[in-house]
Write a protein that binds this ligand. Sequence first.
Ligand SMILES: [Zn+2]
Length: 614
Amino acid sequence: MTKIALFARVSTIDNQEYERQISDLKKVILKDGYTEDQIEIFAEKVSGYKKNEDRPELTRLFNIVEKDGKAIEAIYVTEVSRLGRNPRLTKDTIERFCDLKIPIKILNPTLCTLNPDGSRNNFVAIMLSIAIEFSDIEAKTMKTRMKSGKRQRVIDGKFSTPNNPYGYTNDENGYVIIDDDEAEIIKMIFDKYQEGIGAKVIAQTLNEMNIPTKFNKTRATKVMKFNGEHTPTTGEDIIWSDTVIFQILKNTIYIGKRKYKTVDAVTEIIDNKKVITKPAEYDYVNTRAIISKEQFDICTELRTSKTDRQFYGKHVYLLKDLIRCGVCGKKYMGRYIPTKDKVYICTSKLKKGHACGNNSINISLIESVIFDQISKTDNLVKYLDNPNDVLNKIKDELKHLEQRLKNEKKELLNKQKQLENLIITISKSSNPNFDYFTKMDNEINTSIKSVNEKIKNIQKEIFSKKATITNYDQQQATNEMFTKAKENRTELTSIFKQFIDKIVINSIDKNYTLVTVFIKLKGVTLKTTLKLFIYSRGVRNFGGQKEKVYKYLPLIKLENEPVFKDNILLVEISDIFDEVQNLISYENISNLLPIKEMITIKPENYIFMFDTEK
Ligand SMILES: [Zn+2]
């Protein structure tokens, strides 16, 4: 059976064009009386920005016909330009196929290089040579060129303004650089999100502070169109939204990886609906980072775990979303398997070979300890009774900060004025002292820089306070509510969330675990943490006793205070533990009672996931 060669040539970034060529050619081939089985596709995929004419598919076709002159009956192409971009090579190609007596059928315009009797069609030859020389290759490839040009700009580290992401701008040559002011906002957004402030509140706070959006700056007067939006909006009116915040939190450009499309998605019309049958492909180019990879990953985890419930199954874990690993910084998740594990476990263990080494902790043990401790913390109760105290305190601090900002801005104006005066003086002087000028100029510029730095820091703090106020939880939780909720895990979970910002776990050894609780009162995280030393062995093999023992020591102040960065403990845990052991040890201090005594929770106050565990 002789074959028909279907020859297509497309840029790698234009999949739709490829599909179009194939389907157009197939239609004609079938109409000419050949069958689907006879069609062999030769598709040359050319990178848009590659200059060399590498043509493996054409070479393959030549190899076939040169081995067996009867293997291919005809070659079909949509346009003569598909045979190649270089006129000389294209003419050469046509010559060779004519010599082999294989006709090339062109769709647009409809031509065939050979007559039905196999002789050369001289008219077509002239037509083609003109078409090749003056072909509209340029016009046909314009679309592709534009796309690849845009991609080339990305690869070169440039922006197609004004679409640069928030936090970035471009220098006079179009290269990507960091916009310092916007970068500060980006850092705030990631910081706040990491602290547990939602995207909506972040957007609201930015709007309240009149922080301009990208559109406000670049397209203030341009009328924007949005899907389904009927009222015309100008760029000026576009404010921050949670969607934009989420886009920022997802954008890898902030860790220096700028994403760009290399291959378009393939779509097909199925049942009158456009369906993506092959997703687009992407690659990354390196650019300047604003956020650390660690922070980006933490925010990603926070963002995705809020909707991704698969790890949490059907059980209500009281400390869900609250526990972090003090070794690797990742989240802990609850794992309740009735006959096996009943633990909170570091998510690093989910990936084989990636476990950070931090131990798991028994669910009932840690939940009982936290409940016991929170219900006993006097301060907590006090704050619960006067929830507005905290809010008023923050409002006072905010007022103070705003005054400081005003002062610093005044100071900045003063310095700028000074600089101006200096330049005027020098320019008017008949015998200027340049040494003096240089010295003064340096001094004033240094102080301007430091004032600017101060202003940035104050603005950051103002943002932080405003976000806290906006986020302030108005729901009243009372101590009574708390004790009543003991049996209701869903309610208890929501109450825990009001009191606990986060909990960091560091296992000390087989027997003890350090649990650092960051307490939150009405949305405000306290600077002082609650340190709980939990005797984890008392539940594993009961520490040599017949019954389970829930024992722990709560501490507020330590000489060796645990310090964390991105949830990872920075101080030596052995130093902390030595200090604690001295506090509770009976042996070391003979004849004296220990300074601190561990608290043993009464079994009736244990908290269990299910009643049957009791
Ligand atoms: Zn870990």
